[in-house]
Design a binder for this molecule. Structure first.
Ligand SMILES: C[S@@+](CC[C@H](N)C(=O)[O-])C[C@H]1O[C@@H](n2cnc3c(N)ncnc32)[C@H](O)[C@@H]1O
Length: 308
């Protein structure tokens, strides 16, 4: 089906949709480096600019609108959050495009914190807005580790089906479990996932296989805790630390931080997916992304073509 992608970033979500056989016909993001990455790897249908400046009439017709709207305003990890955060209005842009284009389906992705933001009122309002726009709405909290990603990343996925469309959308069943119970595969450990990559201190031609020299100091704070090599990594974030840099996970060897390529691997990006921009921009684009394997599993639940 034809997909329009808002807040596409480097293209993690879009890559999953493409891997599932769908076609992205238009995409948008305001972040120049992420758009450059997207263009390099996915296609030049991407438009760089503020979504508020993109007229609905200029966006092509499509079957699905997808968008991981910026989550910082909603995230529980952001202590400065409040209901009036101007970034929350970006979700209204997603709603505007859905109302104007009337796709058969939409998919919205966000952090788990969206469920509890403002005492749960924000989420209720979002669901009510989408319902009022004429969609049957379903949502589920996913853990990327349950889909073979070597990372315990929890994200909420909201899917809407236009009320006049005769299709029962169901979310994918996990393929992996922590202990491998129920005939599922065991969660993938981070050390195992990274074992395919060479030592970045030795000469190599792998894209983005360089790391930040920012000192490791295991003090218990986010990005400053040793990893359990046998478990999926904790969430790769795009959040800044108090110095304005991005919080970067340590390598499971506890000797250095992960390279961009290692973080991309923890997010499930293929090895040849290169990221543009300086090291901290690369880390940020990776931390913002939906893991492509999770995106693919969900994208496969949509029909191959527009239902009658
Ligand atoms: C959570 S990320 C989306 C990542 C993407 N779904 C992926 O899988 O790679 C949110 C994106 O919204 C973009 N963004 C923030 N404000 C925007 C605006 N006003 N217009 C367009 N994009 C914006 C950010 O640059 C960021 O790339």
């Amino acid at each position: 089906m034809r997909v329009v992608s808002l807040f596409c970033g480097a293209g993690g979500l879009d890559l999953g949709f493409i891997q599932a056989g769908h076609e992205i016909v238009w995409a948008n993001d305001i972040y120049a480096d992420a758009v450059e990455t997207y263009r390099r790897n996915i296609g030049d249908h991407v438009v760089c600019g503020d979504i508020t400046a993109q007229k609905s009439a200029d966006i092509p017709d499509c079957d699905i609108v997808v968008g991981g709207f910026p989550c910082q305003g909603f995230s529980v990890a952001n202590t400065k959050r409040h209901a009036g955060d101007s970034r929350n209005v970006l979700y209204r842009e997603l709603l505007r495009v859905i109302r104007d284009k009337r796709p058969v389906f939409f998919l919205a992705e966000n952090v788990k914190g969206l469920l509890h933001f403002d005492g749960g009122r924000a989420f209720k309002r979002i669901i009510a807005d989408f319902t009022k726009a004429g969609y049957r709405v379903a949502y589920r909290l996913f853990n990327a580790a349950d889909f073979g990603v070597p990372q315990r990343r929890e994200r909420i996925i909201i899917v809407g089906t236009r009320i006049d469309v005769n299709f029962d959308f169901s979310f994918p069943a996990p393929t992996h479990a922590r202990d491998g119970r129920g005939g599922l595969s065991r969660w993938k450990g981070v050390a195992d996932a990274l074992s395919v990559l060479p030592d970045p201190n030795l000469p190599n031609d792998i894209p983005n296989h360089v790391y930040s020299r920012y000192k490791l100091n295991f003090n218990g704070y986010l990005g400053h805790r040793p990893l359990d090599p046998s478990m999926p990594a904790p969430t790769v974030t795009a959040r800044g630390d108090d110095r304005g840099g991005v919080v970067i996970l340590p390598h499971p060897n506890a000797e250095r931080r992960m390279t961009g390529r290692e973080l991309a691997t923890v997010q499930g990006f293929p090895l040849d997916f290169g990221f543009s921009g300086n090291l901290s921009s690369v880390y940020r684009q990776i931390g913002n992304a939906v893991p492509p394997p999770l995106a693919k599993a969900i994208a496969e639940c949509f029909p191959e073509r527009r239902p009658e």
